[in-house]
Ligand binder design. Structure first.
Ligand SMILES: C[S@@+](CC[C@H](N)C(=O)[O-])C[C@H]1O[C@@H](n2cnc3c(N)ncnc32)[C@H](O)[C@@H]1O
Length: 277
């Protein structure tokens, strides 16, 4: 099984707590060329009435809400959930001074503990590629949405951060990052509409134009370490310092390191049951 959807690995290692995700956010926060902001841009696309009941699956550290606090209508009832209790705890800590009554739950997207037609919107950002039985999760997400309810799912494209993979491999040819390898079943910008269209109508993809222009080594190294599948055997001990020196040499030679991004948001609607094949 690909580590990307290995639930034991994801729960006990990659997403045991927010450390790996924070390292990745840090690189994006420091060096993104699009200064508008990803989470603000995602929020811009929410086409929801007030009041609305909203369920987020795989919420991570809760940044979607943290970075849009001033814009959230008072009448929205929002439940943040993640299958990692450590991530739910982090989201709760991040939002605890917000004065908003968010709900927090530990939920696996493949088995959602709510009645049919409970929510006006379901959000699944950068998480469907981790779900082993994606079809089951999509059936569940659709089930808890009201007819006419909105579904939002962000993800990355196949070329996302490609130069970073190449750089890591230039230093260590056998390096295996989390997000490469078996992409067949992953949920990407390229195949996302095919995954969604059996269950949802009016599937639309919005793309976010962005890149990284990296000028310091340490945040890049922290990002690569957060993605490593095989940290036990690669880039450990002295090799981390050597990799940092290697990146510093690249920066000295080129001034900065350019990394492409491919990110976007699928928007879809739950229509009536008879529309389902
Ligand atoms: C890449 S992070 C994205 C976090 C957040 N949505 C964001 O966009 O910043 C993926 C998140 O999905 C969660 N996750 C992975 N598999 C899941 C599943 N089957 N059900 C619910 N959450 C899951 C992980 O614990 C992690 O917090």
């Amino acid at each position: 099984m690909s580590k990307m959807s290995d639930q034991a690995y994801l729960l006990t290692n990659q997403y045991k707590n927010a450390a790996n995700l924070n390292a990745r956010f840090q690189l994006h926060a420091l060096f993104s060329t699009n200064k508008y902001g990803w989470h603000q841009w995602v929020f811009d696309h929410f086409n929801l009435a007030a009041p609305s009941r909203i369920l987020e699956l795989g919420c991570g550290s809760g940044y979607l809400w943290l970075e849009n606090l001033e814009r959230i209508p008072q009448s929205w009832e929002i439940t943040l959930s993640d299958f990692s209790a450590g991530m739910v705890d982090q989201a709760q800590v991040n939002l605890q001074t917000s004065q908003r009554p968010f709900n927090f739950e530990t939920i696996d997207a493949q088995s959602i503990p709510y009645d049919d037609e409970t929510f006006d919107a379901v959000i699944a950002n950068h998480m469907l590629y981790h779900v082993p039985d994606m079809a089951r999760a999509l059936v569940e997400m659709r089930r808890v949405l009201k007819p006419g309810g909105r579904f939002y799912a962000s993800t990355v494209g196949e070329m996302h951060m490609r130069e970073l993979d190449e750089l890591a491999r230039k230093f260590e040819p056998d390096v295996a990052l989390l997000f490469d390898g078996d992409q067949t079943h992953a949920f990407t910008l390229e195949n996302g509409a095919d995954h969604l269209s059996p269950w949802f109508s009016r599937v639309t993809l919005h793309q976010y134009e962005d890149a990284l222009e990296i000028t310091s080594a340490e945040p890049l190294v922290a990002y690569v370490l957060s993605m490593l599948r095989l940290t036990e055997t690669m880039l450990v001990g002295n090799r981390i310092a050597e990799f940092t020196d290697f990146i510093k040499q690249e920066l000295a030679r080129h001034g900065s390191i350019h990394v492409s991004k491919a990110s976007g948001l699928f928007e879809a609607v739950r229509m009536d049951d008879e529309r389902i094949p």
